[in-house]
Design a protein around this ligand. Structure first.
Ligand SMILES: *Cc1c(COP(=O)(O)O)cnc(C)c1O
Length: 408
């Protein structure tokens, strides 16, 4: 008899985006004239840069000729891309990361989800609340939690991100072995200072713990004092794995390219307490289960680091950050408390009422769709997330409508 992995039965069905879609469809049916502006979903809206498209095209042409055709490439990514990443994203910021510590992949979602299979079943895991759901659900699937009770899974240590800690969780009071951190954060848009990030690195070193640092939104950092990489913090290379993606930084959500950094000194332990390097383990997993990102996509990603690619990619991010600024200005004027938006495409707003109530009010009174914070965890209730991924015109109009709706 074929039996299932019963841990899957503990998963909470994610109704968030289907609930949103249902409410929007009902509203549209009752108000066919109203045009709806979506500031809800975490997907980019602008096309790839000309530099990436040009590289993409010419790599496709290379695939057509027997002499330039490429079959299977190195699972970890082509050297041309790994070297461009190491130099531009790390060495240029004083973080001593080399090309062979970079593992190119088809997404940070897969990598943040897959990484947990390197660790034993009985580790203690600290997960932020609110959270990008992948970290949580993949550990539930692996059987590292108990059941879901009262908005939380048993057996996990939740790192609450609230107004009290300015949406940067404090160190846990109990010992944990694996820590998920994401800055700039999705969904809150909050950032972490070098000093605060150092307290986590020091904690991990002291407790022989490991930090999984998701930096998918580093490209949106404007404040030069903030760390873009955890490896800007002394001692992090022994205790941290970092995840990056071209999805939000260069518009690759539909193109698919990301990477994971596993420094060579980064270690974990077996049950006898013997130290093992994670670089070798991740390399083994990656080569066994993954066959590399397609050649044209890696060329398109490499072009992000060319001189014109850098200028164009910066303009792409600047475009979205102008939207963030418009949203922040509107919230300042309306007197709503919020975090994010300054170094992030997300603005996390205290709606001063239940998340779904605020969502319905914005939809009904302004025809604007946001994301209810409650969908990201218990601490998200009372908040909504507004995303900067849309056109200038739509965001300005949404903010005008929202201002009218909230001040009448
Ligand atoms: C969008 C996003 C990613 C990127 O995922 P990809 O699979 O690379 O598209 C990673 N982490 C967070 C928190 C995100 O919001």
């Amino acid at each position: 008899m074929i039996t299932i992995n019963e841990h899957y039965l503990k998963l909470q069905a994610s109704y968030l985006f289907s609930d949103i879609a249902k409410r929007v469809a009902t509203f549209q049916k009752n108000n066919p004239e109203q045009d709806i502006i979506k500031l809800g979903i975490g997907d980019v809206t602008k096309g790839l840069t000309p530099a990436s498209i040009k590289a993409f095209h010419s790599a496709v042409d290379e695939m057509a000729e027997d002499t330039t055709f490429r079959g299977y490439g190195p699972e970890q990514g082509y050297d041309f891309l790994r070297e461009a990443i190491a130099i531009n994203d790390f060495q240029s910021r004083g973080a001593d990361i080399s090309a062979d510590e970079i593992f190119v992949s088809d997404g940070a979602k897969c990598d943040t989800g897959n990484i947990q299979e390197l660790f034993s079943q009985d580790i203690k895991i600290a997960i932020p609340d609110p959270v990008y759901p992948v970290y949580l659900d993949t550990n539930v699937m692996a059987g590292r939690t108990g059941t879901f009770d009262d908005g939380k899974y048993q057996g996990l240590v939740y790192l609450d991100s609230t107004k009290d800690n300015n949406f940067v969780p404090s160190l846990p009071s109990e010992n944990v072995d694996l820590i998920y951190l994401c800055f700039p954060n999705n969904p809150t848009g909050s950032t972490i200072s070098k000093a605060d990030l150092k307290t986590w690195v020091d904690y991990a070193r002291e407790h022989k713990a490991l930090i999984l640092f998701d930096a998918a939104y580093e490209a949106f950092i404007r404040d030069e004092s903030l760390p873009k990489s955890i490896y800007e913090i002394e001692g992090a290379k022994e205790v941290a794995i970092e995840f990056r993606s071209f999805s939000k930084s260069a518009g690759f959500t539909g193109t698919r390219c990301a990477y994971t950094v596993v420094p060579k000194e980064c270690a974990a332990y077996d049950s006898a307490g013997t130290k093992h390097l994670l670089h070798g383990l991740w390399n083994r997993r990656h080569c066994t289960k993954f066959n590399g990102v397609s050649y044209p996509v890696q060329r398109a990603a490499e072009a992000v680091y060319s001189a014109e690619g850098k200028t164009q990619t910066k303009a792409l991010i600047d475009y979205y950050m102008e939207n963030s600024a418009v949203v922040c200005k509107t919230m300042d004027k309306l007197g709503y408390d919020y975090v994010g938006g300054k170094n992030s495409p997300y603005i996390w707003i205290d709606g001063q009422m239940d998340s779904w109530q605020f969502f319905d009010m914005l939809l009904n009174k302004a025809g604007v769709v946001c994301t209810p914070g409650a969908g990201f965890g218990k601490c998200g209730n009372g908040y909504i997330r507004i995303s900067a991924f849309n056109s200038h015109d739509k965001v300005r109009e949404a903010m005008d409508r929202l201002t009218n709706a909230l001040t009448d």
